[in-house]
Ligand binder design. Sequence first.
Ligand code: ATP
Ligand code: MG
Length: 247
Amino acid sequence: MTRAGAHPNLIKVFEILKDTKIVTYKRGKKVVQTVNAIIMEKGKVDLFLLINKCEKFTEKTCRYFFKKLLSAIDHCHNQGVAHCDLKLENIIFDRFGNVKLIDFGLAHSIQNKGFGSYRKLLGTYGYMAPEIHKSELYNIKKADLFSLAVILFIMVYGSPPFAQANAEDSHYFLMQTETPTYLEFMEDLGDVGRDFQDLILRMLDENPKRRLTNIDEIKQHPWYSGKTSTFKEAILEVNAALLKSPQ
Ligand SMILES: Nc1ncnc2c1ncn2[C@@H]1O[C@H](COP(=O)(O)OP(=O)(O)OP(=O)(O)O)[C@@H](O)[C@H]1O
Ligand SMILES: [Mg+2]
């Protein structure tokens, strides 16, 4: 986590305590415990809880959050760190409304441009790239961007694109083999433009070689330059969501 360095969209770590003695008193008796702990900035709410409350954000606010998250991931990758567990629960909003990545518990150092041998099924099922289901050899940078596309899909539609990105999953199978039918499914979920559909299908392509994973190319995609909420507009949506009770 500290290797990833400072970025406005990464949780701030203040101190790492290793083998530190903590003294507490239980019924007047002194209790000394040795702990390892990370002292970090406290967020207000995670994205999972927020989506549970508001279901989805407007497309322009999704674009705003997507740009911030992409920038944080780009920064981590440039620092030689892949997150490896990007999901709604690992994204929080601080009290000012800034969106931040947390939980670097599965993070890995990037070697050989990301390609290497890693744990099979590294991450969380619904967000895992298809190659992680199949083998121990894959690219962790590409896997992070696959998870980001799943997060974007959920922010836009309020529900995930599939349960798991493997051939046994009917939604993912349809997405990869019967694209027009999957597009109809997306249209039923919400009225979002063709550019978004194109970006999502390319970022969730089952073939990592064909998949859109180059951050500069993602930024060149027409959807990326569409209308984007300002910080204030995004905060208004977050605050409105906070006031709602979970769906
Ligand atoms: N700095 C923080 N500020 C606010 N909430 C946080 C912060 N860190 C973690 N949380 C909340 O606690 C949850 C679990 O924390 P974290 O993701 O770091 O651990 P974890 O290893 O995923 O734990 P678990 O798998 O048991 O949930 C997060 O999903 C988030 O809701
Ligand atoms: Mg977590």
